[in-house]
Design a protein around this ligand. Sequence first.
Ligand code: C2E
Ligand code: CA
Ligand code: CA
Length: 525
Amino acid sequence: MFLFSLDLSRPGRRLLSAVLVFALPLSVGLWELHANYLRTLDRQSEQAATQAVQLMEVMLDHVEEANRTVAPLISHPCQSNLLTLRKQVALVPFVRTLNLIDENGIYCNSVMGKVSWQDEPDTYHEGFLRLLPGHAELSSQPMLAVRTESQHGAVLSTIDREYLKMILTLSAPHGGEVLLHVGEEWLDHLGELMGREPSLPTLANHSVQSRRYPLSIYAGLVLPSSWHSLWQVRRVTMLMLLGFSLGISLLVWWLLGRPGSMEGELKRALRAKEFVPYLQPLVAGEGGKVMGAEVLMRWQHPSSGLVRPDLFIPQAEECGVIVPMTARLMQTVAQQLAGWQDKLPDGFHIAFNISAVHCRDFSLLAQCRAFLSHFLPGQVVLVLELTERELLVADPHTLSLFRQLDELGVRLAIDDFGTGHSSLVYLQQFHVDYLKIDKSFIGRIGTESLSEHIVDNVIDLGSRLGLALIAEGVETREQAEYLKGKVTYLQGYLFGRPVPLRQFCRELAPSTPAKAPCTSLALCS
Ligand code: C2E
Ligand code: CA
Ligand code: CA
């Protein structure tokens, strides 16, 4: 719920969202890719070890078979056995030599014939297998010796390291290593014999023990870095993942940057300081001197240009954004106008339009206080214009706020007077100071006797209540002439259209060097 109420279009949050949307799928995807790659390597390594064990078992089956075949020859003289031994070596795969052992040791060798070599039965792993570094009289290369005990002695056959190398090399996975382990001895795929455990690769390592023979096969991978090797084999997938993450991140960036709801757009415009003050002069009912101004908001939209307030104020009021918008407007006007205060007539009337929703929170009081703090006492009269079309509820909270505003010296004007239904009681309850006669009545002066009559009635009502009157929408000299002496202030195109604040101030003080071309009647006179 909280997440949905977050305004993700704010620049910082928008960037954070885009970065998150980029980083999250990328890291999860890479992590899964890496884990999957490790699983594959692990499986390959296990398969390699299993395959090597199976091949070793097939080889040892043959060799053991040869051992059992010649076992009955033990105790017979070597010379009479030699032909049978050599025939077995020739016919049985993998057997390099066959040896007969009696109680005196090895007495017959298929290559050398009658020999007298020492027998070391205890050095065989589980009395069956031993990796030998070589034999002084036969070969200097390592070999695997297979011993089979029988009734009168034992048979010993040897397997050349080339067969062992071949099995280890063929089984090895890509970039991996496979080693044969018998007792304390290790043999690698290059045929190197090691008397103790070598430094084994730690990645995807697997050790598979033969169920039938006392040997095991170790398989592992020698990779500089698993990520580096992942990049080598899954480069396209990784680049696609990067592209995908970048794509959705850019999409999120674009979506969050799009004008969303009107509320979102108003908030964005507020942050971008696109709401600017325009000022329209108020002139004295007699004499025509500029005595103040009404601040009218404009939206300086980046693509649509200057937007009229009636096109966005109702929406801003609906969603409550009008409150911070007005607060910012008051702040801007205070900061800019304060620099010109020595050029302003004393008691300069400066009016803001305030929506009903703004009158429901006490922030208005603080905003008015902050506004007045920019000016010397008595330099300006701050006026809040409340439209009669949107009457306030006179509850204790609102009445208390207006009492405090009154104490602060803030004045209240009822705008568009004559178009709503404000009663006398209402005017008294809120301590209203000004009535602004709606421009629809002023516009009919001189054209319709009924409207003139209403204007006179309003003027009469105002003076009876002791309220000051402002006539808005004065466009002709005839209207101005009619109202002369009857109202406190006149406002309308006859005296000046709303202009940007700086222009207003420059026109108000024509002696300043940065004088702009004068556009308003009253200010030029
Ligand atoms: P409003 O408060 O009645 O403001 C007077 C409107 O009459 C202004 O229109 C002004 O430009 C226009 N006007 C002034 N003199 C003449 C004239 O001689 N003839 C004619 N025909 N029109 C004249 P604008 O600036 O377009 O503002 C329209 C309305 O938008 C305002 O009516 C006010 O209700 C609202 N508004 C403007 N700024 C703000 C603001 O800051 N806050 C709030 N809540 N409402 C604002
Ligand atoms: Ca107004
Ligand atoms: Ca008005």
